[in-house]
Design a binder for this molecule. Structure first.
Ligand code: KG4
Ligand code: ZN
Length: 345
């Protein structure tokens, strides 16, 4: 079965074609992506109206490219999937509208997918796919959650951030240090040049005894520290502050992930979402896993941040699991706010 998937929840337009297989995870036949990062850079963050308009411009050319790359045609598409939420309402409506229009024209069913389920399952497209059950650390620009995953659609929330997401902590700290948008990758690059113990920064909720996170206080501490450096900090001071910030975020993520594995009695961790691309996070998790005999799985680096492949994949895995798709139901009701534990609601 061929699933065409659309992602348009935020600032990336993603389209992909995935095929189900009887004896293993679905196969990625082709995917294409357009990132709006450059367009939003001038504003220091995503401008929702501009995002929606750009999705409209990009989605059909990307679809044509995916079909051409896969050597497929629209007639060969069995199900059309799209990100139903969470995300920016206008942006979501573009993907949902296009998916429903195509599906209606083809006489095929649609499947609305939860964006975080896409991230969560994305390592199944990697060369080293995980097996259920596992603990998932979901770290994106909008979410930071630890989840117990027993199968497709069987997600139990173990802990989450009570304020900012880990990606937000990267982005906001990067902005304070004077780096561009999105700040995560830029801060990580600068951090590689600095000392991670140069400035004492808080590790919020590290010893809270639960699996929740809090990153808002860290941002304030970075701001205070940056002010202390005066109007023109040296390149070395900025690199030290970047390294110290990254160290604080990564330490909390690593320790809480290990605590979650212990609490769940599991040995397998899956890391996904944009911050999962962070090299220092991967290095520390791999090191901890090696010492404790644990397994860590990641999506391919190109599939860590938002993409269409993870949406088509999640739909294909749902279909393989026997989920029913609504025939001829083309009401594109998006859900900008949608907790993952209400996925079937
Ligand atoms: O998953 P994603 O593409 O979008 C959301 O669903 O939010 O995640 C984007 C987030 C941004 O906050 C970005 O700064 C962060 O992931 N990010 C990184 C890295 N690459 C992306 N953070 C730290 N290190 C990276 N290498
Ligand atoms: Zn995302």
């Amino acid at each position: 079965m061929n699933v065409l998937g659309f992602e348009s929840s935020c600032d990336e337009t993603g389209v992909a074609l995935v095929a189900t297989r009887p004896d293993g995870p679905p196969l990625l036949r082709a995917h294409a992506l357009h990132s709006q990062v450059q367009m939003h850079e001038a504003y220091g963050g995503v401008v929702p109206e501009l995002a929606s308009r750009d999705h409209i411009r990009r989605v059909l050319p990307l679809t044509r490219r995916v079909l051409a790359d896969a050597g497929a045609t629209l007639a060969g598409v069995d199900v059309v999937a799209f990100t139903r939420g969470p995300g920016l309402a206008g942006a979501l409506l573009v993907g949902a509208g296009v998916a429903c229009a195509l599906a209606a024209a083809l006489g095929r069913p649609t499947l609305g997918i939860h964006h975080l389920e896409g991230h969560l399952l994305s390592p199944f497209l990697s060369a080293d796919p995980p097996e259920f059950p596992f603990v998932a650390l979901l770290v994106s620009g909008g979410h930071t959650q630890l989840m117990r995953v027993d199968g497709v659609g069987r997600y139990t929330l173990l802990g989450e951030t009570i304020d900012d997401a880990a990606g937000e902590a990267f982005d906001k700290s990067a902005k304070l240090i004077g780096l561009g948008y999105p700040g995560g990758p830029a801060l990580a690059r600068l951090a590689a040049l600095g000392r991670d113990d140069a400035y004492p920064l808080p590790r919020p909720l590290l010893h809270s005894g639960d699996l929740d996170f809090s990153f808002a206080g860290l941002k304030t501490a970075v701001m205070t520290q940056h002010r202390k450096l005066g109007a023109s900090p040296t390149p070395a001071q900025r690199a030290d502050l970047a390294a110290s910030t990254q160290a604080a975020i990564v330490e909390v993520l690593v320790k809480k992930s290990l605590a979650a594995l212990k609490a769940a009695g599991l040995q397998r961790l899956v890391v996904s979402g944009g911050v999962g691309a962070n090299a220092e996070l991967r290095r520390q998790l791999n090191e901890a896993a090696r010492r404790r005999g644990l397994r860590v799985h990641y999506p391919e680096l190109t599939l860590c941040t938002d993409n269409g492949a993870m949406i088509a994949l999640a739909a294909a895995m749902r279909l393989q699991g026997g989920v029913a798709v609504a025939q001829h139901a083309y009401a594109f009701d998006v859900r900008p706010r949608w907790p993952l534990d209400q996925i079937d609601g």
